[in-house]
Design a protein around this ligand. Structure first.
Ligand code: G4P
Length: 536
């Protein structure tokens, strides 16, 4: 147990901000991340964020995905200090085939920053990610990017965001013009204008700031774009709802900012808003009880597992979000699921994006624990208390393949490889009750390609990945009042030809067509069918 007093832990918790940036690919997430990091003085980072972007552009090529996976170990979590706050910024994979991983990352954050391309408005991937945030009531800040281009009218964008995402939008800044006539943004709270000056490497502190929203000099200097902005601001003052902190914290209202990430313009306002508005870590729900972040004893949950960059070593990093207490290097931890003890000496943090050894961490921080399979997705680590945090989602796969090893002598390696890849969440692995072939389930086609590639290069197994007739999967349970385990077993016996067990031995029913599932559901009214399984 930590020798820090609860008030000392509380102080550390209060200065934590843990958030993810979500966007549709190409909206400017990478660029914005890079600029945010510049404010913390972590200048050298710029290069590595760019490198990641360069590889990401070839997302259809799994070799490139491999490269990206390696690089992103270092850049998927970034910690920085800004205005006496410790900010943990989590990356979410851009490619939609990895969305399951993204959903799990979103369980580890306390807020999200949504980046919208002002020309394209709300795009499909943004919509999907936002649904996940909404389901968890995650507070969301909105950054409308690329105002230096010819884009949609700001009022139209605001309307679209409100309609499409079902949230009230409260502009904190408002643009004056766009594209060639983009003159800057009005800060509606500070009542001042920040004048736009292009240039990526500019230090934003040089910006020209003009006092007032209706300074008489504006009309002369900025012409028609100013007149338009002034009219819009007047309209907003009458019509837009006031900022309501409770509605923001409940994910019902989003503060909106305009800017241009590539020009490092309007970015500081967003970072300041994150510090001022986004909540510090709050209590987390475990099956046994609620856990407060300032409790003296350490607890945390593994929300992501990533194979290391070096395939020869095969060690993996488990990303753990600290839920409570004070983590110190070398402290003894218990993996609640297995009862195993862990004494991680080489725990890494991601300060300023260099992976470095971590000495201490508090609620909201993300720590990386290298391990060889001791840790699984969803694992809770404590100082001994049997706690299991809930809420880590697994989605029913939407595509299936059966898998067979080309050389039967390598069957053991195939099973070992798939077990590890399954634990990492790269793919879901099912053992059908009937037959000996393993089934792979994914939400995106690319996952199969990555798995085949990794099996070959990391486990020396050439796998044959073949079509499967199954199309739909549902986890099955039966509550005690409906017959419980006995009824579930009756269902499993009667459906042995289409039941399989997943990586944690949860029974699943697999069917070829959706109508078939409906028929099964009506024949077995006591059984519950789940498209989403929460780790428990
Ligand atoms: P992502 O991570 O969300 O996928 O987006 P990313 O930052 O990679 O940005 C996508 C493209 O949009 C990049 O151009 C980037 O330079 C550009 N971009 C980002 N912010 C702005 C902005 O404020 N204004 C304008 N005009 N463009 C912006 P690219 O051509 O794909 O790459 P690059 O050659 O510019 O590096």
């Amino acid at each position: 147990m930590s020798d820090l007093t609860p008030p000392a832990i509380e102080r550390e918790v209060r200065r934590r901000r843990t958030f993810a940036i979500i966007s549709h690919p190409d909206a400017g997430k990478t660029t914005l991340t890079e600029k945010l990091l510049l404010f913390s003085g972590a200048i050298q980072i710029a290069g590595s964020v760019k490198a990641r972007k360069a590889s990401r552009h070839a997302t259809s090529d799994w070799m490139e995905i491999e490269k990206q996976r390696g690089i992103s170990v270092a850049s998927s979590v970034m910690q920085m200090e800004y205005r006496d706050c410790v900010i943990n910024l989590l990356d979410t994979p851009g490619h939609q085939d990895f969305s399951e991983d993204t959903y799990r990352v979103l369980t580890a954050v306390d807020a999200a920053l949504m980046v919208i391309d002002a020309a394209n408005g709300v795009e499909p991937q943004t919509r999907r990610l936002l649904q996940v945030c909404r389901a968890r009531n995650t507070p969301i800040l909105t950054f409308v990017n690329k105002m230096d281009r010819e884009v949609q009218e700001p009022l139209a964008l605001m309307d679209e965001i409100e309609r499409e995402l079902g949230m009230e939008v409260v502009p904190f800044t408002w643009p004056v013009g766009m594209g060639k006539t983009f003159h800057g943004v009005m800060d509606l709270r500070a009542q001042q204008m920040r004048v736009f000056k292009p240039g990526a490497d500019r230090n934003e502190d040089d910006d020209e700031i003009l006092a007032g929203l209706d300074n008489p000099a504006y009309a002369e200097r900025f012409g028609a774009p100013y007149e338009q902005a002034a009219g819009e601001i007047e309209l907003l003052t009458d019509a837009a709802p006031p900022f309501d902190e409770a509605a923001f914290l409940a994910g019902r209202q989003t503060p909106m900012f305009f800017g241009s990430a590539v020009n490092n313009f309007g970015v500081r306002e967003v970072l300041d808003a994150l510090v001022d508005l986004a909540p510090p870590p709050d209590k987390r729900v475990a099956i046994q009880r609620e856990v407060l972040p300032s409790e003296p004893k350490f607890s945390g949950v593994v929300f992501k597992i990533q194979a290391n960059m070096d395939p020869a070593h095969r060690d993996r990093i488990a990303f753990l979000r600290v839920a409570s207490g004070h983590f110190e290097r070398g402290m003894r931890l218990k993996v609640v699921r297995s009862g195993k003890e862990l004494r991680p000496n080489s725990v890494v943090s991601f300060l300023s994006q260099r992976r470095e050894l971590l000495d201490e961490a508090f609620a909201g921080d993300i720590i990386g624990i290298p391990n060889h399979g001791v840790l699984q997705l969803g694992d809770t680590l404590t100082e001994g208390e049997p706690l299991q945090f809930t809420g880590l989602p697994f989605f029913a796969p939407e595509m299936f393949r059966s898998v067979e090893v080309a050389d039967p002598l390598r069957t053991k390696q195939l099973r070992a490889g798939l077990t590890q890849l399954g634990e990492e969440g790269a793919i879901q692995v099912f053992r059908p009750l009937a037959g000996s072939l393993l089934l792979l389930g994914a939400v995106g086609q690319l996952q199969f390609e990555v798995v085949a590639h990794r099996l070959e290069h990391e486990y020396g197994v050439k796998a044959r990945i073949m079509p499967s007739r199954f199309q739909v999967a549902r986890w099955v349970t039966c509550p005690p009042e409906a017959g419980g385990q006995k009824e579930l077993q009756r269902f499993i016996d009667a459906n042995a030809h289409r039941v399989a067990y997943d990586a944690v031995d949860a029974p699943t029913v697999l069917v070829e067509y959706a109508p078939e599932l409906r028929a099964i559901e009506s024949n077995w009214p006591q059984i519950r069918f789940h498209a989403l399984r929460e780790h428990a």
